[in-house]
Design a protein. Structure first.
Length: 287
């Protein structure tokens, strides 16, 4: 089995589930909790929850949240390379809307220094390397992205990226973004992210796993596409479902599964996430 390397953000998630849309300028009732989060941390956590080994590379603040995250990663058997920053641990407010869609309000904090946790020794010819798309959007990480791509290509590692969010994609330097994405072997966008990339002029020989929510996943390979249906679920919320899908795909690729079977494993992981409140099955308890 190949070694899974996960690189990117670690965040505190404040998850608010609302039964009506936000009343701008007034109060809106919500069911709120504090969770472990961050795309890269979520991906590594779902891998660990399924008793598969992986390595997580990221940054945390020198605060109580860092202690809680590190304890959880250790409990799950996740190997870590973590830079301890003087900035706060990153945080995000995740709003689960009445239609089960989600919106995110983020403060990167320590995540802007993830490059300080990375070494070329983290990637080998036996690696499946996952990069959270949020890393692409920060100028402080541009050299890191170039290094990851160059080292992975030199060593023949598999490169996987989740574009993360359509709005930052639109605001990113277009030519640089397209150049980076053309170097990845697998892209894991949702419908909006894929449409944004196409409008930006994205073309690649990469395998694209298009996440289509309740409709399932469409796999695009050059001119050919195939579709896998989603599981029939009673959805609690969709926060973290994309990260869980990525964890399943990475696990499948590391195990040598076909693209179709890796996507099916991703759907299975995502189904569990959709039946879990928050991004992963754990509440962040500050004591």
């Amino acid at each position: 089995m190949k070694d899974i390397v996960v690189i990117g953000d670690i965040m505190i998630d404040i998850v608010a589930i609302i039964e009506e849309e936000i009343n701008r300028g007034s109060d809106t009732q919500s069911n709120t909790s504090m969770q472990f989060g961050g795309a890269a941390a979520n991906v590594a956590t779902w891998i660990g929850l399924n008793n598969v080994s992986c390595q997580l590379i990221g940054a945390l603040g020198n605060d109580v949240f860092a202690e809680l995250f590190l304890r959880r990663f250790q409990q799950l058997g996740i190997r870590t390379s973590i830079f301890s920053s003087t900035s706060n641990t990153g945080s995000v407010i995740a709003i689960s809307h009445p239609d089960k869609e989600r919106s995110m309000l983020s403060e990167l904090g320590a995540n802007s220094e993830v490059a300080k946790a990375f070494s070329h020794h983290h990637i080998s010819e036996n690696s499946v390397v996952y990069l959270s798309g949020y890393v692409l959007f920060q100028e402080s990480n541009f050299e890191l992205v170039n290094n990851i791509i160059n080292i992975a290509q030199q060593k023949g590692a598999v490169l996987v990226v989740d574009p993360a969010s359509s709005s930052p994609l639109q605001k990113s330097p277009r030519l640089q973004l397209l150049k980076w994405l053309s170097e990845f072997d697998y892209i894991l966008p949702n419908e909006d992210e894929l449409e944004t990339l196409i409008n930006l002029g994205y073309e690649s020989d990469a395998v694209i796993f298009e996440k289509r929510g309740a409709e399932g996943v469409t796999i695009h390979r050059r001119e050919n596409s195939s579709h896998l249906p989603a599981d029939d679920l009673n959805v609690v919320d969709t926060v973290g479902a994309g990260d869980a899908f990525a964890a399943g795909v990475l696990t499948g690729l590391a195990q040598g599964l076909s693209d179709q079977d890796a996507a099916r494993l991703g759907i299975s992981f995502a189904s569990r996430a959709c039946q879990t409140r928050g991004a992963t099955p754990a509440v962040l308890d500050i004591k």
